[in-house]
Write a protein that binds this ligand. Structure first.
Ligand code: NAD
Ligand code: 022
Ligand code: ZN
Length: 375
């Protein structure tokens, strides 16, 4: 079938909105009509050419929501008309990873997904017989896309596509980092570094978990008001702190006695390796956990003194918030529909597919938290 899509033709060029050919779903695959998709920094990063794993020409986009329009042979968990969110972290429920409760990193389709193709090694998209590659197993910058059955979460039908698409990446990554990866307890103290599209969701995840203190750290004062709305209790702008930032944060979180200070949980949502070190050193001696969410530039390295770890601080990382997509994403949609988490105030811009490049411009200028394309 012929479908409208935004093509990443080559590194650094704007997306080209045009018509592409899409083959129907093969065995174990599902054809989805995308109703809305968020624009995420990672799409821009890949388009820029700085992503060493970027493949061109391809159809980017990994934060979508839509409706099943056709299923290939052998598909049992989804049917025509089901509402779904595409998953860049699949959940097959049978591989060694899915069977290990310690991880959400299903490996069933990981290798082919990284090469921009479906599990049978071929692409469903083409123009004039030449393949256009898939992206992160999702390719939501297309009116219609094909995914493996195991890469789709079935969600309730009363959830609005133009809000819940954000659960396909940013919301789940941030809220999940607090709820699933850190497993923040009631009464905890938390520090969130970076109050962008991910950090705000960490803040509301910490609130949902019942944290007492949620300290937000950002070099941009304009992030303060929105973060307060999502549950931040204290704001720190490092450029205005006199002296050592770690000492300042440790002092802020000192509960008295022999405590010594430091947060129970800290989160990096900046991708800056210097911030990652600060976050580790600002978590509590003996039990503090620091969760790396931010993706650092290719080749970057983190460092700290081993003594920081010997004295009981823990350095951890998370992908997709530690969420198992097919199991957890429908629950996060429920939390949104029940008012336990908020999404709408973070969606600052909506546009048709034709204007997708304008959406990326807004993101580059830091004017949007999330832009959403509505089909
Ligand atoms: P963003 O640009 O919207 O937000 C980053 C924020 O960090 C901004 O508010 C900025 O002012 C702030 N900041 C920058 N330097 C800082 C510093 N030195 N100290 C304090 N604050 C600083 O980006 P985002 O969309 O929120 O994404 C954040 C990170 O999360 C990115 O690295 C992204 O790649 C990553 N991410 C990871 C996953 C995962 O699965 N692990 C998923 C999605 C996004
Ligand atoms: C999404 N991300 C950032 C902004 N929006 C993001 C961040 C990290 C990952 C994926 C997306 C990520 C962390 C760890 C991995 N990925 C590897 C997991 C594994 O090897 O099993 C990751 C994933 C998918 C792809 C690349 C990296 C891909 O499909 N190309 C989950
Ligand atoms: Zn993303």
């Amino acid at each position: 079938m012929e479908v409208r899509a935004a093509i990443a033709t080559k590194a650094g060029a704007p997306l080209e909105v045009t018509t592409v050919n899409l083959e129907g779903p093969k065995a174990g695959e599902v054809l989805v009509q995308i109703k809305a998709t968020g624009l995420c920094h990672t799409d821009a990063f890949t388009l820029s050419g700085d992503d060493p794993e970027g493949i061109f020409p391809s159809i980017l986009g990994h934060e979508g929501a839509g409706i099943v329009v056709d299923t290939g042979p052998g598909v049992t968990s989804l049917k025509k008309g089901d509402h779904v969110i595409p998953l860049y972290t699949a959940e097959c429920r049978t591989c060694e990873y899915c069977l290990n409760p310690k991880t959400n990193l299903c490996q069933r389709v990981r290798a082919t997904q990284g090469r921009g193709v479906m599990p049978d090694g071929t692409s469903r998209f083409s123009i004039g017989g030449e393949p256009i590659y898939h992206y992160m197993g999702c390719s939501t910058f297309s009116e219609y896309t094909v995914l493996p059955e195991i890469s789709l979460a079935k969600i309730r039908e009363d959830a609005p596509f133009d809000s819940v698409c954000y659960i396909g990446c940013g919301v789940t990554t941030g809220v999940g980092a607090a709820i699933y990866t850190a497993d923040v307890e009631i009464g905890s103290s938390c520090i969130v570094f970076g109050l962008g599209g991910i950090g705000l969701n960490v803040v509301q995840g910490c609130r949902l978990a019942g944290a007492d203190r949620i300290i937000g750290v950002d070099i941009n004062d304009s992030k303060k008001a929105m973060a307060e709305r999502f549950g931040m209790t204290d704001f720190v702008n490092p450029t205005e702190v006199e002296g050592d930032l770690v000492a300042h944060l440790v002092n802020m979180t000192n509960r008295g006695g022999l405590d010594g200070g430091g947060a129970d949980y800290t989160f990096d949502a900046t991708g800056n390796v210097g911030v990652m070190r600060t976050a580790l050193e600002a978590c509590h001696k003996g039990w503090g956990e620091s969760i790396i969410i931010g993706v650092a530039p290719a080749g970057a390295e983190i460092s700290t003194r081993p003594f920081q770890l010997v004295t009981g601080r823990n350095w951890r990382g998370t992908a997709f918030g530690g969420a198992r997509g097919r199991t957890d994403v429908p629950k996060i949609v429920d939390w949104y529909m029940e008012g336990k988490i908020e999404i709408d105030p973070m969606i600052t811009h909506k546009m048709p597919l034709e204007d997708i490049n304008k959406g990326f411009d807004l993101m580059h200028h830091g004017e949007s938290i999330r832009g959403v394309v509505q089909y």
